[in-house]
Design a protein around this ligand. Sequence first.
Ligand code: ZN
Length: 432
Amino acid sequence: MQKKALNQGLLKFLQQSPTPFHATANLAAILQDSGFSELDEGEAWKLKAGKYFVTRNQSSIIAFVIGKTDRTKTGIRMSGAHTDSPCLKVKPRPEIFSEDYMKLGVEVYGGALLNPWYDRDLSLAGRVTYQAKNKQIHNLLINFNQPMAVIPSLAIHLDRDANKKREINAQTDIPPILMLSGKSQTLDALLKKQIKKENPKSNLQKVLGHELSFYDTNPASIIGMKEEFIAGARLDNLLSCYVGIQALLSADPGVTSLAICSDHEEVGSASAAGAEGPFLKAVLKRMIPDTEDRLRAIAKSLLISTDNAHGIHPNYPGKHDANHGPILNKGPVIKVNANQRYATNSETEGYFSLLCENSEVPFQKYVTRTDMACGSTIGPITAKEIGIRTLDVGVPTFAMHSIRETAGVDDTFHLYRALSAFFTDTGHLGAG
Ligand SMILES: [Zn+2]
């Protein structure tokens, strides 16, 4: 795939994936279009050489290619990413009526940067569980897909210190405004209307539950004088999800490869569908049922965990270690942390460095300032759960966890080329 097509595909994917549920459905559609067969965790699997994918909770997905070569010798090439991003999630009974306005109460999901949520044209999307007229329970995804809410800033005239010290109380300051009056309005009624519009055959009788989040309707776009940046919501980490799955499509069919995109990374990954849950373990067990063979295969495998990395901000260069300030468009960043907040070790770093060099992909290195705390990601969690050698990498990004983040158009392609080289590497993964 060429750079332009990859970035255009990413823009479209971001636009169509306001929630982990939508991201998973869209990744599944890409895989299906490329000849991957869907598996159901509740059914018996009869796997042979071929291409498969499976989802859990409609919000995590594992895609894999089973090759004919002996996995106890060649191992499994794995890439990892996460489908979730920090956002505002609607409370179960969210209706708030104040000063003749209807607002919706929200929880903050993950470590969201809250300031940028003000004055945006927000919409609402997610999963709804409902009872149908035949009494059965169903899930479906909805997306209002139109600007329908706003969190207005308080005017500076009413808070003269706003530029110096405005604090945000997440309970009282950020419930988005939906409409004027509407005293008798309920979210359930709005959902019913929307479900009927999007799914006329849903046979909806009663809404039972929902997992809805607000998102910015402003679409992702290519920006900068030289059109060298990509700005959009959820680049952390839908960029890696999209690029990882696209790279898997070109995997060598002879060897075994796998890409996992899991939910709940932003809240610690400890869930049935998260990286600390049993999803990957369960799939590996079914791919290689014999324990001895599976453990041998895992010992030969390698995971490239692809989350984003902090690009050095030219207005705040002091926030980075002087020797480790990744620049946008200068290649994926190998992330290192002595305290295992990243799982990279010298061997996995060595493997990835050579992989990049051999494919003429530039790469950079990142370590957090020693006087600052380091974030973490799915890499160390998966390494701990599976016992797999792991490397943490990511494209350099500005404004991580903002409602709009910025990355480089070259870096999506650099990461794609590095992962494609990984998925077509039929040799030994790591030191001999
Ligand atoms: Zn992330």
